[in-house]
Design a protein around this ligand. Structure first.
Ligand code: LLP
Length: 419
């Protein structure tokens, strides 16, 4: 059930009219629904029933600490890829022992700090990384918990090529035969504690088959390990579950988990999932106001006050996002517009040829921007990043204020003082 619906032609977020939010906080502005976020997270968690599992929400999708706080309170774990991400989790009250740390470029300082913090698991992506982890753990007299991130070399799923991470040519993880060597190498090492196997095949994947292809390979490896007396506690299937941006047919978390558990049975492993997009995408909209309607010989443009710096997915991946009027009017004529921002780039376009009935000053909502929306925003063109607003029923929380002008240069220094 969507928490963004029209009542008498006015778009609401839960029980709050969106126009009210635009008046109070200005535009552009991110707005999230608490109920939507929580329902999305619970859909994964509930699907497991009594089977041991951990939902490690992928922080990179939407990392505002108020959001992380809500998820931590629901019992979520977290998938992080940088110290910045786990610092956020800790500030938000997340538990270190529920954090998994992925990424191909973990620095020595990150590894040291993660050991100090006591994270649950390093998802190791190469032999050299395992060696580095071992050296640092030994120096500290610590035992480092780790899983091997396997690259299962699957058939390319249907998604943007830039979002696939499990092909032969991908930089992520280690192939199955090399993973086996890493498992053997770590066996009996006093400073390494093998926890499991991990894999993350990519993002915005809407078919189940690629996940199952990968899971089969992971299970085979786990079985081989078990036969050799190498015991694993968990299998981490990563994130990647797609959402419906443009009426794509997607499978439900319940069906996904049910299928995984069937394949797994009767093995007792804890299953870890790292969903980001499927938890966060549908909970957010980006509000923007039409500044100009501009007609050229070739096109009709609606120039809006949000830019690609605020939301980059359409420019970066040619991603489709529905764009709707905040106040609908059947009286006005509709026309096709390219919805473009003010940034000085031709790719600063949120959608082409969209049928809308709009006038200058009207509000538009760009949908399903909760994931990889604000987190990928920037100050390009010296634009301030927009505020983030969380709606909970009738209640409204500004969980991040619009940046001030002097935030833009707060970290800069005049190189020649008094020049
Ligand atoms: N785990 C790992 C190791 C990951 O690298 C990712 C995403 C996830 C979990 C979460 O995947 P999700 O459930 O959100 O698909 N900026 C792109 C998406 C990049 C995803 C990167 N890794 C976009 O806007 O589509």
């Amino acid at each position: 059930m969507s928490l963004f619906v029209y009542h008498q032609n006015q778009l609401y977020v839960e029980q709050v009219p969106v126009t009210h939010l635009a008046e109070r906080f200005g535009t552009p502005c991110y707005v999230y629904s608490r109920a939507s976020l929580e329902n999305n997270w619970r859909a994964f968690d509930d699907a497991f029933g009594s089977h041991p599992h951990r939902i490690c929400y992928s922080v990179k999708a939407l990392s505002n600490i108020a959001i992380l706080d809500l998820l931590a309170k629901m019992g979520s774990g977290f998938d992080v890829v940088s110290q910045g991400e786990w610092e956020r989790v800790l500030v938000a009250g997340g538990a270190p022992h529920k954090i998994v740390f992925s990424g191909v470029g973990k620095t020595c300082s990150e590894i040291e700090h993660a050991l100090e913090v006591g994270i649950a698991c390093f998802n190791i992506e190469s032999l050299d990384e395992l060696a580095r982890l071992e050296t640092i753990a030994a120096k500290r007299g610590a035992i480092a918990p780790f899983a091997i991130r396997v690259n299962p070399h699957i058939h390319p799923p249907e998604t943007h090529p830039g979002l696939i991470t499990a092909l032969k040519e991908s930089k992520f993880g280690v192939p199955c035969d090399e993973a086996w060597k890493l498992l053997k190498r770590a066996q009996g090492n006093p400073h390494l504690k093998l926890c499991g196997l991990a894999c993350h095949i990519g993002s915005q994947i809407t078919e189940l088959a690629p996940f199952l292809e990968a899971f089969d390979k992971i299970i085979r490896l786990a079985d081989k390990a078990e036969k050799e007396g190498i015991h694993l506690e968990h299998l981490d299937c990563g994130g990647g579950v797609g959402v419906s941006y443009q009426k794509e047919n997607v499978f439900s978390p319940a069906f996904y988990v049910e299928t995984l558990l069937k394949k797994l049975s009767p093995r007792p492993y804890t299953i870890v999932l790292e969903p980001g997009r499927r938890v966060a995408a549908s909970c957010g909209i980006l509000l923007t106001r039409v500044e100009y309607l501009k007609t050229t010989t070739a096109h009709r443009f609606a120039v809006v006050d949000a830019g690609m710096n605020d939301f980059i997915r359409p420019a970066l991946y040619s991603a489709w996002h529905d764009i709707i009027e905040v106040v609908r009017s059947s009286a006005r004529k509709r026309a096709h517009y390219d919805i473009v921002g003010p940034v000085c780039e031709s790719t600063d376009c949120f959608g082409k040829n969209r049928l809308l009935s709009i006038r200058e000053g009207d509000l538009l909502a760009i949908l399903s921007v909760g994931a990889y929306g604000f987190t990928m925003s920037s100050n390009y063109n010296s634009r301030r990043r927009p505020p983030e607003i969380l709606v909970d029923g009738k209640k409204i929380y500004e969980i991040r204020a619009r940046e001030e002008w002097n935030d833009l240069w707060a970290k800069e220094r005049m190189t020649v003082p008094g020049f």
